[in-house]
Design a protein around this ligand. Structure first.
Ligand code: SF4
Length: 387
């Protein structure tokens, strides 16, 4: 009997990469084997991203290849998973479902990532490093971002499941781990929410922790998070390096900074998205903090962690971003001296507030010009690093 083979194509962020690492054993459980190349596969899984229009377009572009593969092998199966399927499932109007069915008629199966789950042992790409998902989804609804509509509301993975995975990695002698979540440093806020009146949280080992109560932080009313406690627990496991992605500025508490300071095996690279260096753009983005608050946080991190390297994300050409507002971001880039910036051009995303309410009036040419200016300042020119 012919052994059916699968091939996975992954688009998008590290969370999607981690999801694909669990998709592989999920398919193997169903009797599939890994194909060495796409043309040897009987089943292609596309793990989709829709954070920008460009990412979505690449997926539509794969239809030609799939058509040829289906002509060659009549039993060839196309499975779609990831963010596009997440959005389809969550869209109660079914409009997005109809759009995808229409644009991608060759799809045989839509697989929601929740069906794969978070606890299936991953097939890691390397023996050195492991992604560990600690939370999924987001509650913040930045006005440009589709994530709350694709991955849904933020849900933290149970502490015991995370620590069980961490213990497996220790036994497998994995050296480096990266903890993942859309708001990785909000981990556990959903657990604490139900225990707020007690002001303490009991960990599965019986230890009671009293997370630092943050009432207002960078313009947001925050409840405490368990991330510093979790990070410290994982740091004790003697990995060579523990990294985490992506941290939001409003949950970057003093407690978290102290944990980083106390544990040299926690990565000194800190990714801290700003998105814009202009307060009125930030407000329209629903980002709440001000540039001044962000700068204060960076100064605090650098003073307490002198070898910290801080990277960021920036969106250029957000609806209505004037030349002056863009210049404010340029000015901030010169001041802050980020180690790296992931800069993207704004593109309206379905379901989001900015797509519904704001006019994407800045031309692609102008967005591209702004991107290049920032890229030259932050990512290309030799800069004096923090000591
Ligand atoms: S914090 Fe904002 S940008 Fe990040 S995933 Fe949530 S909504 Fe998107």
């Amino acid at each position: 009997m012919k052994r059916l083979k699968y091939f996975i194509i992954t688009f998008g962020c590290q969370q999607n990469k981690a999801d694909s690492e669990r998709l592989a054993p999920f398919l193997e459980k169903q009797g599939y084997f890994l194909a060495s190349s796409i043309d040897k596969a009987d089943c292609l899984v596309i793990n989709t991203c829709m954070v920008r229009q460009h990412a979505e377009d690449k997926i539509y572009g794969l239809q030609k290849v799939v058509k040829l593969l289906k002509e060659k092998n009549p039993n060839f199966k196309l499975i779609l998973t990831g963010c596009m399927v997440g959005a389809m499932v969550k869209d109660l109007t079914k409009k997005y479902y109809r759009k995808i069915k229409n644009r991608l008629p060759l799809v045989d199966q839509f697989l929601s990532i929740e069906e794969v789950g978070f606890d299936i042992p991953a097939r890691r790409e390397t023996k050195e490093h492991a992604w560990v998902v600690i939370s999924n989804g987001c509650n913040n609804f930045c006005s440009y971002c589709v994530v709350p509509y694709t991955r849904g509301r933020e849900i933290s993975r149970p502490w015991t499941d995370i620590m069980a995975e961490i213990d497996c990695l220790v036994r497998a002698k994995i050296k480096n781990v990266t903890l993942l979540g859309q708001n990785v440093n909000s981990y556990g806020a959903d657990f604490i929410k139900n225990n707020l009146e007690k002001r303490k949280y009991t960990l599965p080992d019986g230890k009671q922790v009293i997370p630092v109560m943050v009432k207002m932080s960078m313009g947001r009313k925050r409840i405490p998070t368990l991330f510093p406690v979790l990070l410290e627990e994982i740091a004790k496991k003697h990995f060579e390096k523990i990294s985490f992605l992506s941290a939001n500025p409003w949950d970057f508490s003093d407690e978290l900074i102290d944990v980083i300071v106390a544990n040299p095996n926690i990565d000194r690279y800190i990714h801290l998205p700003i998105q814009s260096g202009d307060n009125s753009v930030l407000k329209k983005m629903n980002r709440f903090y001000t540039v001044e608050e962000y700068k204060k946080l960076v100064t605090k991190i650098r003073s307490k962690i002198p070898n910290a390297k801080i990277g960021t994300d920036i969106i250029v050409g957000f609806p209505g971003e004037t030349e002056k507002q863009f210049e404010n971001t340029v000015q901030l880039a010169r001041e802050i001296d980020w180690s790296v910036a992931y800069i993207s051009m704004y593109s309206p995303r379905p379901f989001t507030a900015s797509a519904k309410n704001l006019n994407d009036g800045i031309s692609r040419k102008e967005k591209s010009r702004r991107l290049e200016i920032l890229d030259d300042i932050i990512n290309k020119l030799p800069r004096i690093k923090n000591p």
